[in-house]
Write a protein that binds this ligand. Structure first.
Ligand code: F1P
Length: 346
């Protein structure tokens, strides 16, 4: 995160500078619609981007899987701005989506980690995530960096469109600037998370729940567990639990609930009660000091208090660590999971 913010967040919290987008910001301001496209983890980041841009900049956003977008006949034109997200910049579906959007006259922007990649070359403009070299096949720090870039885009756009006031803008830039230090604090829970992983290493299924900005984080937590530990995991918007997944809950099912004290807190607590009433095992990611929840659930992982808009950057870390420890305990190769490729170029 520090690298992603370097030179982009002014120390006095007065400004976000996204040099790569300077020329295209007027296009973004006038966009009738923004379409964000990616695959896998990048698609989860896109969903958070949708929530942030609609909340703060009030531009309509659609999120698409590149693998769907490229094969249908999407209604898209010159007024649309398409943001393509890819760690590698070489994912075949994302590149095909880019070319289709370009052909139809849209402005195409990239969020990418690899300088000189096809995505970086073919987009009109973009932002590098500066997530360093991703050694593991499954995206982790690239996700955090993608979300950080999308948050900066949303806030910068909101400022330019004057859909947020100067005070809110400064407060959110400050919140962003505090996330690297808060992220480091979460890493100190590593041993505790390893102990929780030990308890659940035999699980064959897992359910991840979150609301609002933390719904895509639940999706991402489930994907990480699937990718590196080969445990079947489902991520759900917590409010959707009663529409199906509730049938899965019994005393064998770990349910990982992202439950910081935010605007959705009361609702998430009632979801936890529903799981507990059916004897599910709840691992909750909570705001530090939230002792009320400690008593209600089986295991807790604390994260520092933060504004809702930056919470995904923090809440995903314990979920990545949990997937990592379960994979290690199961003897899986966390860096090179079976059947997966770093760049899916076909
Ligand atoms: C997309 C992706 C990753 C996933 C795995 C396979 O890659 O689905 O999100 O973790 O590595 O590829 P990219 O387009 O972001 O490079």
């Amino acid at each position: 995160l520090e690298e992603t913010f370097r030179g982009r967040l002014r120390n006095d919290h007065s400004e976000i500078v996204l040099g790569g987008l300077l020329d295209v910001f007027p296009k973004l301001e006038q966009a009738g619609r923004i379409i964000i496209i990616g695959c896998g983890t990048s698609w989860h980041a896109a969903l958070i981007g949708e929530y942030l841009i609609e909340e703060y900049a009030q531009t309509p956003v659609e999120v698409e899987y590149a693998s769907e977008f490229r094969y249908r006949n999407p209604v898209i034109g010159e007024k649309d701005v398409v943001i393509l997200i890819s760690q590698s910049g070489e994912t075949a579906d994302t590149l095909a989506a880019l070319r289709l959007a370009k052909e139809k006259g849209a402005t195409v922007l990239g969020i990418c980690n690899v300088a000189g990649s096809s995505l970086a070359r073919e987009t009109d403009a973009g932002v590098y995530t500066h997530a360093g070299v991703e050694v593991g096949v499954a995206s982790t720090k690239a996700f955090t960096a993608q979300v950080a870039v999308l948050t900066m885009i949303a806030l910068q756009l909101a400022k330019r469109k004057e859909t947020i006031d100067a005070e809110t803008y400064r407060m959110l830039v400050k919140e962003l600037s505090e996330t690297p230090a808060k992220g480091r604090l979460i890493l100190e829970s590593n041993k505790k998370i390893a102990a929780i992983a030990e308890k659940y290493k035999e699980a064959v299924n897992a359910l991840y729940l979150g609301r609002g900005y933390l719904f895509p984080v639940a999706l991402e937590g489930a994907l990480k567990l699937k990718e590196i530990s080969y445990v079947h995991a489902e991520g759900y918007a917590a409010g959707e639990m009663k529409h199906g997944p509730i049938a899965l809950i019994d005393d064998n099912l770990p349910v990982i609930v992202v439950a910081p004290q935010d605007a959705y807190y009361e609702k998430v607590v009632s979801n936890i009660q529903e799981v507990k009433a059916r004897k599910g095992n709840v691992i909750a990611v909570v705001t530090e000091g939230d002792t009320g929840l400690h008593e209600m659930v089986n295991d807790v992982i604390e994260i520092p208090r933060s504004h809702l808009a930056v919470a995904p950057l923090l809440a995903v870390i314990p979920l990545q660590l949990l997937a990592y420890h379960i994979a290690v305990l199961k003897g899986c190769d966390v860096d090179r999971p079976r059947n997966l490729a770093k760049s899916v170029t076909v």
